[in-house]
Design a protein around this ligand. Sequence first.
Ligand code: AMP
Length: 456
Amino acid sequence: MSFDTLGLIEPLTRALTAAGYTEPTSVQAEAIPAALAGKDLMVSSRTGSGKTASFILPALTLVMKAREQQRAAAPQQAQQPRENREQRNDGPRQYTKPRGPRVLVLCPTRELAMQVSKAAMDYGRYVPGLSVATIVGGVPYPAQLKALRGPLDILIATPGRLIDHLGAGKAVLENIEMLVLDEADRMLDMGFIDDIHHIAQSTPEKRQTVMFSATFSGATGGLAKQLLREPQRIDVASHTDTHADIEQRLHWADDFGHKNALLDHILTGREVDQALVFTSTQRDAEVLADRLAEMGHAVEALHGGMPQGRRNRVLQNLRSKRLRVLVATDVAARGIDVPTISHVINFGLPMKEEDYVHRIGRTGRAGRTGLAVTLAEKRDFGMIQRIQRFTTQRMPVATITGLEPKRAEPKPLTPRPGFGVGKPAGKTFGPRPFGAKPFKPAGKSFAKKPGPRPER
Ligand code: AMP
C-alpha cells in the first residue's frame, strides 16, 4: 500500500517521500482515510507506531482544503462593497479579533507537544505559510501571546497552559474544526479531566474529534462517550503487543551496588548507540547522572523539575548525539522520539505497569531494533510480576558473565492449603504468606503506604 491510496494531497505525499517513508504504518492506513472522511475516532495504538502522522496528515489536509475554499471565495468577496468585506490587511488599520486555529491538539506533556509540533512542521513543510503554535507550561508567556494573536492553523498545547490563556481571553477556539486528544489516558492520569472538558466546551460542537489512548476503559471510555459522536474504533495494537523489534531482558541484582555494576557493564558495551536510563524519582535521576558523568560518560539528566529551556537543550544534545546516555524519569521521557536510542535501561522500576510499555517503546523505533533491559532487586519482584501480567509476556531472565547474582532468583510463593491467598477476606487463619495482600476488614479503609513520590 502507498500513501497515494489514502487520499492525501500532493504537498503531503511529497513531504513523506522527502522523509523517506514509502508506505503507511498500520495505524496510518486505518486512521488517515477515516479521519479524512471527517469521522470521529477512538484509536488505540502504541507509541512508535507512527500515530502522530495519522492525525497530523489529516489535520494538514483540513488546513489546506479550508485555504482553498477561502481563496475560491475571495474573488466574490472583492466584488462586494468595502464595508461588507472581511477585515483585510490593505484597509485602514483596525483591531481585528484573531481567527484562532482550525486544529487543536492536546498532549499530556511538554515533550510530547514539542514532538507533535515538529512532526507538523516536517509533514507540513510544503504547505505554504503554514502556521503552527505550541503552547506549553514552563516557558514565558509573551511569545505564546504573540503566536495566539497571529493567524494560526494548528495549535498544539498542554491543557494547563491553554486553560490559562483561555481564562485570560487570549486563546480563541471558536474556529476549531478538528480536536485531537493525544495520549488521553495519560492526560486523565495527570488530572486534566476538568481542563479537557472546559477546553472542549470552548470549541464548536460540530467539530471532528479524534482521541488516541492506550486504553478506552474506565474514565477514558467515559470521556470518549462525552466528547465523540458515533466514533469509529481503531485498535491497531495494545499493551499486549509482542514488541517484535524490542528484545526484553531482566537482570536480577543482589543489591544496589550490584545493580550499579550491571548498569556500568551494559553502558560500556560497544553495541550501545544511545541509552535511555530510567529512574523512579527526579532525585535518583540527578544522582545517577552525576555518577555516570564522573565515570566519563556523555550523560545528562532529564526530569520534570528542570526548567523547560534546559530540558529542550538536553533533548537537543541527545538528538545531535552529543549525549550517549540520558537518565530520565517517566513524565519527562514521554514523547521522546530519537530513533538512535538502542537501549532502554530500567534502573528504577516504573510506578505503573503501563509506564513500562511506554518506556520500552522509546527504543525499536522507525524500523530499528532495540534492547530493553530491566535491573531489579528482590523487592521489585511484585512490580515485575505486575508488568508481566499487564503485557502478558515474560521478561526473559539474563545474566552477565562475572556479574551473576549470588542470591537465588525470586519466585512466587505457592500458597499452602488453608493459608490466605485466594481465600475470601475475613476467613484467613494463620500467618500471612509472604507477598500476600494484608487482610482488610470490610468497611475500614487502609491508607496507602507512601511510595517514592511520583514525578509531575
Ligand atoms: P510515533 O508513533 O508517531 O511516535 O512515530 C514513531 C516513528 O516512526 C517516528 O520516528 C516517525 O517519524 C516514524 N514514522 C512515522 N510514519 C512512518 C512510516 N510510514 N514509515 C516509517 N517510519 C515512520
